[in-house]
Design a binder for this molecule. Structure first.
Ligand SMILES: Cc1cc2nc3c(=O)[nH]c(=O)nc-3n(C[C@H](O)[C@H](O)[C@H](O)COP(=O)(O)OP(=O)(O)OC[C@H]3O[C@@H](n4cnc5c(N)ncnc54)[C@H](O)[C@@H]3O)c2cc1C
Length: 527
């Protein structure tokens, strides 16, 4: 159980006044409508994570003033880059009453190094901003983008966000950060620790501990600048679509792909996507079915027929010299023929062709259509455990998860993103927030899924703000007498040393500073 040190409305009010004096009136948003704007837009209970308001510094120096004032007034801050973390809590903090630090005004692209293939961005740089700049340069480098590209390059990478492109493990592309610590000081990670470093964003090799990942999914600092590796524009791309007819075909789909991925024959983590996911990008459920309850199987079959898709669907993309990718695609198609059926017609794109057909990371918000599946005020929750790359285990996880979805009255929608050694099983719990039954069943479903996965030895790669404590509690190696696991103890030790006043994102990833951790029951700080 957690508490807030004070629910003194005066402290927050004084903090906001001090921010207004230091930064200007327009940088403080603390009215009721501002609080609404920064709550979880897809949550069932807007008050559960309602912030006290937001401050919006537009420079590192202004951010430092906010941090100093937060220390002075013991105010909890929740930094966001663009705050579009939909499905995981949007811009809202774990702890109601925290002040959102909206960094979307820090929008500078510091550098795009075309030759060495990286960019350096401030937190507010969106996928569309970076895309526009790369387009202006003639697309010499390609981005990897998430399905919802409304957010920021930095915030998404710091959450270890994913895209379907070769550089699609966004957290893994980070190289060199500038971070503001809780005392307002700035630190540069990697070789950037040397003043005048010439290799800050070029190499992850460094002297001493490597801290880039320590600032991902953590609350140890506020990232003010992020280096990210980008893919050199390939000469051509080639893509092949595969489909599997039955839900029970997932195992062979996974077993066919992961060894090829491990050997570098496939350039990205292909995902087996269930048909409801694809249908949800075409139209809401009522396009096919207006009835109550789960989508009947015959309607599912009709959707698959109409859209020409399987129960599971995967796209394999190849990037590079035409000769090389044609050869790779041939070897892959030969290897897959036995398990997945005849070779699909490959689609080739060459430099100079219409860019839209390239499989470059072109930002889009099309995937937001899935939120409308049930109609009403839609929403979705992401549940994403990491599994071994193993067909039988993936199939079992799918069966378990689907049964839980169906018991909760929710149509199953999942994607198994197959890497060479592990799979991320991305499950999208779609719902209508106005549906009373769903409002009850979705949180229960989420809990069951977390418990089931932990029982199998699968941790999540990322979670919603509501579930951060619960997922953290599943990391229980080294737990003593029902207490927290060894990792939670290490995180708490670090948190208290690095942020002694506990001002930075209390509760993020289940990491609570001492003042919210010890004694006391959970209380909500309200403005
Ligand atoms: C339909 C749909 C499809 C989606 N598809 C994908 C997908 O394919 N891949 C994917 O990864 N996500 C996906 N998402 C989830 C989400 O929308 C994206 O990840 C989005 O990019 C996150 O928003 P953001 O970039 O604005 O991050 P923010 O909201 O700015 O940041 C997320 C969190 O990171 C931390 N943080 C952010 N910036 C900083 C900073 N500067 N310093 C310290 N901590 C910081 C904070 O805790 C913050 O809450 C999808 C969501 C929806 C609704």
């Amino acid at each position: 159980m957690h508490k807030v040190a004070t629910d003194d409305r005066g402290a927050i009010g004084t903090f906001f006044k001090a921010c207004e004096a230091a930064l200007g009136m327009d940088r403080v948003q603390a009215l009721a409508q501002d609080r609404m704007a920064y709550t979880d837009q897809m949550g069932f209970d807007a008050t559960a994570h309602e912030p006290a308001g937001a401050v919006a510094p537009r420079s590192v120096e202004e951010l430092r003033q906010v941090v100093r004032l937060a220390n002075a007034h013991e105010v909890a801050l929740w930094p966001v880059s663009r705050g579009k973390n939909f499905g995981y809590g949007g811009a809202a903090p774990v702890l109601a009453g925290s002040v959102v630090v909206d960094l979307s005004g820090l929008k500078r692209i510091h550098e795009i190094d075309v030759k060495r293939g990286f960019c350096v961005v401030e937190p507010g740089v969106g996928f569309y901003d970076l895309y526009d700049e790369l387009a202006r340069l003639g697309h010499p480098l390609w981005m990897s983008v998430p399905g919802n590209a409304w957010g920021s390059v930095a915030g998404n990478a710091l959450e270890r966000g994913k895209g379907p492109q070769p550089y699609g493990d966004h957290g893994a592309q980070i190289c060199g950060l500038e971070v503001m610590l809780a005392d307002g000081s700035l630190v540069r990670t990697g070789t950037g620790a040397m003043a005048g470093s010439k290799t800050w964003h070029l190499s992850r090799d460094t002297y001493g501990p490597a801290w880039d990942q320590m600032f991902c999914q953590s609350n140890f600092g506020i990232v003010t600048r992020l280096g990210l590796w980008l893919m050199p524009a390939p000469e051509a791309t080639l893509s092949m679509d595969y489909a599997l007819a039955e839900p029970g075909d997932l195992a062979r789909g996974v077993d066919a792909i992961y060894p090829l991925r491990q050997r570098g024959l496939i350039d990205h983590d292909p995902a087996w996507v269930s048909y409801v996911g694809i249908a949800s990008f075409v139209g809401p459920r009522r396009t096919w079915y207006e009835g109550e309850g789960l989508l009947p199987e015959e309607v599912g079959a009709q959707i698959r027929r109409q859209l020409g898709i399987g129960w599971w669907n995967a796209q394999l993309n190849f990037y590079g010299h035409e000769e090389v990718i044609r050869a790779k695609a041939r070897v892959v198609a030969d290897a897959l023929e036995k398990a997945l059926g005849p070779r699909p017609e490959p689609r080739l794109w060459r430099q100079g062709d219409d860019f839209g057909a390239s499989h470059a990371g072109i930002p889009s918000t099309r995937d937001m259509m899935m939120i409308d599946w049930y109609g009403g005020r839609g929403g979705h929750l992401g549940f994403s455990p990491i599994l071994p790359a193993d067909g039988a285990l993936a199939q079992a996880q799918f069966e378990r998860t689907r049964a839980r979805f169906e018991a909760a009255g929710i149509d199953y929608y999942g994607a198994f993103s197959v890497g060479g050694r592990a799979i991320i099983s991305i499950n999208e719990i779609l719902y209508d927030r106005d549906d009373v039954a769903m409002a009850k069943s979705v949180p229960v479903l989420m809990n069951r899924l977390i418990e089931d996965a932990a029982r199998e030895g699968y941790a999540e790669y990322r979670t919603h703000i509501d579930a951060m404590d619960r997922v953290a509690a599943t990391l229980d190696y080294g737990a003593r007498e029902g207490g927290p696991g060894a990792m939670a103890r290490l995180n708490a030790l670090l948190k208290d040393a690095i942020d002694p006043n506990g001002i930075l994102a209390p509760g993020k990833q289940g990491i609570w500073p001492a003042r919210y951790r010890e004694g006391g029951s959970a209380r909500v700080l309200r403005p």
